[in-house]
Design a binder for this molecule. Structure first.
Ligand code: NAD
Ligand code: UDX
Length: 480
């Protein structure tokens, strides 16, 4: 029997739920989609007439919201009603690293996922396909299944018999390119046991994704593949970042090395940009999850291997802070250092795990006066990130934490303010506008001897050097 999906409920209106459902709504106008969230402000922002208030900034998203919102895409806090109406429920809630209790600092906190499963169990009616969109540890589908099948269904008699199938459909979008990643995915992965349920989800995607790119596997392969994909991507960045340090002391240039190795199609050209260390909500959390899983299963060497990827990442962030201090005569106390970019990468307003947070904290600890600029991040987010000290449960690195507050910081959206009296400018996010700065026009505003630190290799070095500013680029060994 063919299951045709007419009504979808997505629980979680975040960076994944919002864009993913927007694209499905755009591609499938006959399907009604309700995105629900417990965060009232977030839902209010998604419904705001002023599109600049949408809670997620993604190129191309605003236009889709304009087309679909209040047509077949709705944002609501009414979890109960929309679950009960749905043929398919996507669980797209946050799965951060656990802060307390067993597995703290490594395992994923599944309390939000479990809450969703209980809500679906309580409110669903008839046959419902439950889709794991969140990134989850292997075997989570079993937990969801147990909750769905053993919970009391209080009004079962009114709703008719409830039955469920569970699918794993991890999301591979990257922030900043979410809309094109969703419209033209390299693959869509669907894990599950029931072919009819899998086909129902394939039927949605095949509206715009070529069928050969829609892969189906067993549930556990699908759940594990998502963790492994992120671990491999992060590993590439740690690998190239480790080499950036080697370049700086040997006279090699990381840009040339990346390019040279990338010509080998077995290595490939993508994801070889050295930088200040990977950020984002996924890489660290998902590797920690893999580390935890490996330890639980007695595979300590596997755990150690992946832990190394995180260690290099943290090392790279601190390494950059140390270089800045060293170049500024060993002290940055009361010196104005301007930070260009606070989001974890360009084209997103997301700051989760951004290298900027760790580097700013290091510099503040040394007494610097920071002037932070970002075109999309807002002041309150920077405040939250810099004032919220990481918890002692951040297991691996807890010992490195110190009190800050010796330095001070301010945030500005005005580029003019950035250069005024600055001893140094540090590029931490690769926003394209930073590569257009006319250094010859700003050098006189900076305090000599001024420095520019380019951790993303996006500046025109000649323009910086010709204006008389000292220039340091990550992985550039040409000055030794
Ligand atoms: P997010 O924090 O932006 O959004 C999650 C939303 O879920 C929040 O708004 C929260 O209020 C809501 N929520 C939590 N519990 C709820 C409940 N019981 N009922 C209703 N709403 C609830 O998170 P995100 O970045 O969208 O990530 C979601 C999942 O997708 C995570 O598992 C993440 O690992 C995965 N993922 C994220 C990305 C990414 O780029 N951000 C990419 C791929 C996969
Ligand atoms: C990542 C995965 O790419 C995506 O498939 C998954 O669904 C979610 O996690 P995201 O974290 O949004 O996506 O962005 P990504 O482009 O992967 O960048 C992650 C971090 O790595 C950023 O801080 C970025 O600046 C950094 N990075 C990326 C590098 O330093 N060098 C690179 O070559 C690529």
């Amino acid at each position: 029997m063919k299951t045709s999906i007419k009504n979808i409920c997505c629980i979680g209106a975040g960076y994944v739920g919002g864009p993913t459902m927007a694209v499905i709504a755009d591609q499938c106008p006959e399907i009604t989609i309700n995105i629900v969230d417990v965060n009232e402000q977030r839902i209010k922002d998604w419904n705001d007439k002023d599109y600049s208030k949408l809670p997620v900034f993604e190129p191309g998203l605003e236009n889709i919201i304009k087309r679909c919102r209040d047509r077949n895409l709705h944002f609501s806090t009414n979890v109960k009603t929309h679950i009960s109406e749905a043929d398919m429920v996507f669980i797209s809630v946050n799965t951060p690293t656990k802060l307390n209790g067993v597995g703290a600092g490594e395992a994923s906190d599944l309390k939000w996922v479990e809450a969703c499963a209980r809500e679906v169990a309580a409110y669903a009616s008839g046959y419902t396909i439950v889709v794991e969109k969140s990134t989850l540890p292997v075997k989570t589908a079993e937990v969801i299944k147990t909750i769905l099948n053993t919970s009391n269904h209080p009004s079962n008699s009114e709703r008719g018999r409830c039955s469920f199938d569970i699918l794993s459909n991890p999301e591979f979008l990257a922030e900043g390119t979410a809309i094109s990643d969703l419209k033209y995915p390299e693959r869509v992965l669907i894990g599950g046991e029931n072919q009819q349920a899998i086909q129902a989800l394939i039927d949605i995607y095949k509206r715009w994704v070529p069928t050969e790119k829609i892969i189906s596997t067993n549930t556990w392969s699908s759940e594990l593949s998502k963790l492994v994909a992120n671990a491999f991507l992060a590993q590439r960045i740690s690998s190239i970042n480790s080499i950036s340090a080697l370049c700086e002391v040997t006279g090699a240039d990381i840009k040339e090395v990346s390019s040279a190795i990338g010509f080998d199609s077995r290595i490939g050209k993508k994801f070889l940009n050295s930088g200040p260390g990977f950020g984002g909500s996924c890489f660290k959390k998902d590797i920690l999850n893999l580390v935890y899983l490996s330890k639980q299963l007695g595979l300590q060497s596997v755990a150690n291997y992946w832990e190394g990827v995180l260690e290099i990442n943290k090392w790279q962030q601190h390494r950059i802070s140390k270089i800045i201090i060293e170049k500024l005569f060993g002290t940055i106390s009361s010196k104005k250092i301007s930070i260009l970019g606070f989001s974890f990468k360009a084209n997103t307003n997301d700051t989760r795990e951004s290298a900027s947070i760790s580097i700013c904290k290091d510099l503040l600890n040394e007494g610097a006066l920071l002037c932070i600029h970002d075109p999309k991040v807002n002041f309150s987010q920077v405040e939250k990130d810099l004032e919220d000290f990481p918890t002692s449960q951040d297991k691996i690195y807890a010992s490195e934490e110190k009190k800050l507050n010796q330095g001070k910081w301010k945030f500005t959206k005005n580029m003019e303010e950035v250069f005024e009296g600055s001893d140094a400018v540090v590029v931490l996010t690769e926003w394209s506008q930073y590569s257009e700065i006319k250094w010859e026009n700003v050098v006189s505003k900076m305090r000599a001897p001024a420095w520019v630190f380019d951790t993303r290799s996006i500046l025109n070095s000649d323009s910086v050097i010709n204006s008389g500013i000292n220039y340091w680029r990550l992985g550039d060994g040409s000055n030794i």
